[in-house]
Write a protein that binds this ligand. Structure first.
Ligand SMILES: CC(C)(COP(=O)(O)OP(=O)(O)OC[C@H]1O[C@@H](n2cnc3c(N)ncnc32)[C@H](O)[C@@H]1OP(=O)(O)O)[C@@H](O)C(=O)NCCC(=O)NCCS
Length: 178
């Protein structure tokens, strides 16, 4: 579906929100006996990828993952819920926010947040070239706040990349061969 300007029509946040749940096993542990951070990162990438595919209506690839934070250890037997939603959309990219919660197998406490991350996915066509994505339509105050915060992160990502490019060009002009 497209609007009169030929742009894809907007999609509400709830249309692509996704939760993946997974029980942690002994195969997922590090040398300390708790769950390996890389196992959680894979689940985060999977959940965010599902959201990006749903929102964009086709294939999407991970362009970046940042601010991956681990707040508390995850243990064998925990039921881990990975909740992801599209926070922001650009022309061909989407920021997906992810929260990781753990239900402790041996405690009757509510699920505790154990991590979070922000990922940028680019929607791609059959040749792997970026393609347009529908604008995300925030539905709640929380969605709106996340959308505004995502725009701040986007501005910072671009500024950081630009500053590093300028520095590298300056060093190359000074004759540093790296
Ligand atoms: C991501 C990828 C498609 C971008 O392609 P590109 O030719 O650089 O295209 P563009 O520069 O037009 O970038 C496309 C969009 O992605 C965004 N993007 C690209 N690199 C990014 C990065 N490192 N961080 C955040 N956003 C990024 C751009 O800002 C742009 O967004 P917009 O259209 O909403 O403004 C390309 O780099 C790629 O295929 N990377 C490999 C992805 C992959 O295989 N992931 C799995 C890892 S195993």
């Amino acid at each position: 579906m497209t609007d009169i300007a030929g742009d894809p029509a907007g999609k509400p946040t709830s249309a692509s929100r996704t939760t993946l749940s997974h029980i942690m096993t002994a195969n997922d542990t590090n040398l300390l006996g708790t769950v390996h951070g890389g196992v959680i990162m894979k689940l985060v990438d999977d959940a965010a990828g599902a959201v990006a595919g749903r929102h964009s209506g086709g294939p999407a690839v991970t362009a970046s993952m940042d601010e991956m934070v681990f707040l508390a250890p995850v243990r064998v037997g925990d039921l881990v819920h990975v909740k992801a939603q599209c926070n922001w959309t650009g022309r061909t990219s989407m920021e997906i926010g992810v929260r990781v919660l753990a239900e402790r197998w041996n405690e009757s406490t509510p699920a505790t947040q154990v991590g979070s991350a922000y990922l940028v996915f680019a929607a791609v066509d059959a040749e792997g070239k970026p393609r347009r994505v529908p604008p995300v339509l925030p539905e709640t105050e929380q969605d709106e706040r996340r959308n505004q915060e995502a725009q701040i992160r986007r501005t910072h990502r671009l500024a950081r990349r630009q500053a590093i490019m300028v520095l590298r060009e300056e060093r190359a002009a000074q004759g540093f061969d790296e």
